[in-house]
Design a protein around this ligand. Structure first.
Ligand code: CO
Length: 137
């Protein structure tokens, strides 16, 4: 540990791509016993979302509303599975500026997503092979 930077980031949620939220709830809700929180459609991502609250983070089930969408393409290519990891950061603007300055590849400018929170996605090529979502804490 270098200890040079204190980020105060935390895991906000894990995004899981599924073909059908209803079908996935058969496992996560009915078999595993998790509660189901808010459900919504995020139009600009063409995705239906169900949030399953955990102790200090959440599971986000993602079901595409169209095949021609980021999650639809992910399912076609990779099948169901872990789609992204979302970190909550105290200052998203500063994080974005730092990443841009250091040449990291961002997939969008900060914008409002599920729950109205500002978010950006960082390309897996810049993040150790993981699609990373950063959310304003
Ligand atoms: Co997410």
């Amino acid at each position: 540990m270098s200890g040079s930077k204190s980020t105060e980031a935390s895991i906000d949620h894990l995004g899981i791509a599924v073909r059908s939220i209803e079908q996935a709830l058969g496992f996560y809700r009915d078999q595993l016993g998790l509660a189901v929180g808010p459900r919504e459609t995020v139009v600009q991502e063409k995705v239906n979302v169900a949030m399953l609250p955990l102790e200090e983070s959440r599971i986000e089930l993602l079901e595409p509303t169209e095949e021609d969408s980021p999650v639809g393409k992910f399912l076609a290519k990779r099948g169901e599975g872990l789609h992204h990891v979302a970190l909550k950061v105290p200052d998203l603007e500063a994080a974005v500026a730092r990443l841009k300055n250091s040449g990291a590849r961002l997939l969008n400018e900060p914008r409002a997503g599920a729950g109205g929170h500002l978010y950006v996605f960082v390309h897996p090529n810049s993040a150790g092979g993981v699609l990373l979502e950063l959310i304003q804490g």
